[in-house]
Ligand binder design. Structure first.
Ligand SMILES: [Zn+2]
Length: 303
C-alpha cells in the first residue's frame, strides 16, 4: 500500500474525494472486488457505491466502518487523521478548526471517533518485566489511595521495562484500587508468566496466585498523587504534561478514556519513523471498526 510520507505527497494522493474513496476501496478489497451475492468480480464504481456488473447489487465502500454515514467528506476526515499523525503531540479540536476550516463540533466528534479506533481489541498483552501502579488524573483536591476522590479519575497503569528504558504501556480507568479491580486490569493487559513489579499495596496480593512472578519493589504505599515506581511515574508525568500541553488540561472526566487511548497509541509507536505508515494504520483500523454513533460519544456531557 502506498503511504503519504509528507504534506506534499498527502495533498497529491488525496486531492479529491474520488482518490480518497479509491484508497478505501483497496483497503476493503485488497485482493480485488468480489461480490458477496454472486461472487462476480466486475463492477462499476459510482461515488461511494460499488455495483456488481453481474447481479446489479450495490454495496457502499464505507458501510460497516466508522466512515459510514459520515457528516464530512472523506477527504476532510483524511485531513483530520493526517494532522493527528503529523503532529508529534497531537492536535486539539480548536486548532484543527482553524487549520482546516471545519466546524469545531465536527472536528471534535471525529477526533473522538479516531481516538476510539486507535486501540483495537485483541491486541497483544504486555510481557517480560512490567511495572504496575495506579495514578490519579484531573480534579483539584488530592486523591487518597484506596478511597477514590471526587473529581479525579483513578487510572491503573502498566509499563514494560526493557533494559534501562520502557517498552509499551497500558491504562484503564478503574473504580477503586481494590484487589478485584487491579486483578482484572492485570489479567487483561499482562501475559501470564510475566514479572510484575508493584509497591506493597494490599490490592496486589493475588499476583502470584494469578500465575505471575511478583516483585515488591517499594514498601512505601502512601503515595497519593502519582506513583513511586520510577517507570510508571515517568509515564504519568508524560501523560499529565501532554494533557496540559495539547489539550490545555481540560479533559472532561467522561472523555478521559479517549485521551488515554490516544496517548497509548502515540507512546507505543513513539519510535515509528514513518508518518505515512501510521496514517495507513489508522485508516485501516477505521475500515475495520464498526460505525461509532454520535450518541455513543456524546453520553450526557455537553461539549
Ligand atoms: Zn453480484
Amino acid at each position: 500500500m502506498i503511504v503519504p510520507e509528507n504534506q506534499k505527497v498527502f495533498e497529491r494522493m488525496f486531492s479529491d474525494e474520488h482518490k480518497c474513496l479509491d484508497y478505501l476501496f483497496v483497503i476493503k478489497y485488497p485482493n480485488g472486488f468480489i461480490c458477496e451475492k454472486c461472487e462476480g468480480n466486475e463492477y462499476w464504481l459510482i461515488s461511494k457505491h460499488i455495483r456488481c456488473k453481474n447481479c446489479k447489487s450495490e454495496i457502499s465502500i464505507t458501510s460497516g466502518t466508522i466512515f459510514q454515514s459520515a457528516n464530512l467528506k472523506i477527504q476532510d476526515i483524511f485531513r483530520i487523521i493526517w494532522w493527528i499523525i503529523l503532529q508529534k503531540n497531537g492536535v486539539s479540536a480548536r486548532s484543527l478548526e482553524r487549520v482546516l476550516g471545519i466546524s469545531y463540533k465536527s472536528v471534535w466528534y471525529w477526533l473522538h471517533r479516531i481516538r476510539k479506533i486507535m486501540i483495537l481489541p485483541g491486541r497483544e498483552k504486555l510481557s517480560g518485566k512490567v511495572e504496575v501502579d495506579e495514578i490519579f488524573i484531573g480534579g483539584k483536591s488530592k486523591g487518597k489511595r484506596g478511597r477514590g476522590s471526587t473529581g479525579k479519575s483513578l487510572v491503573a497503569t502498566a509499563v514494560e521495562i526493557i533494559g534501562k528504558g520502557t517498552g509499551r504501556t497500558r491504562f484503564a480507568i478503574i473504580q477503586d484500587a481494590s484487589r478485584k479491580s487491579l486483578n482484572l486490569f492485570i489479567k487483561q493487559n499482562v501475559n501470564q508468566g510475566s514479572t510484575i513489579i508493584t509497591d506493597a499495596w494490599k490490592g496486589y496480593v493475588d499476583i502470584t496466585k494469578m500465575k505471575y512472578n511478583h516483585i515488591i519493589e517499594n514498601q512505601s504505599i502512601d503515595h497519593d498523587e502519582g506513583s513511586t515506581l520510577p517507570h510508571v511515574h515517568r509515564i504519568a508525568s508524560l501523560l499529565k504534561r501532554w494533557l496540559l500541553g495539547t489539550h490545555q488540561s481540560y479533559v472532561n472526566k467522561g472523555y478521559l478514556e479517549y485521551y488515554l487511548d490516544e496517548f497509548v497509541f502515540r507512546y507505543n509507536r513513539r519510535k515509528a519513523s514513518s508518518r505515512g505508515k501510521l496514517f495507513y494504520t489508522l485508516i485501516y483500523q477505521a475500515m475495520n471498526h464498526e460505525p461509532i454513533l454520535y450518541e455513543k460519544i456524546h453520553k450526557n456531557t455537553k461539549i
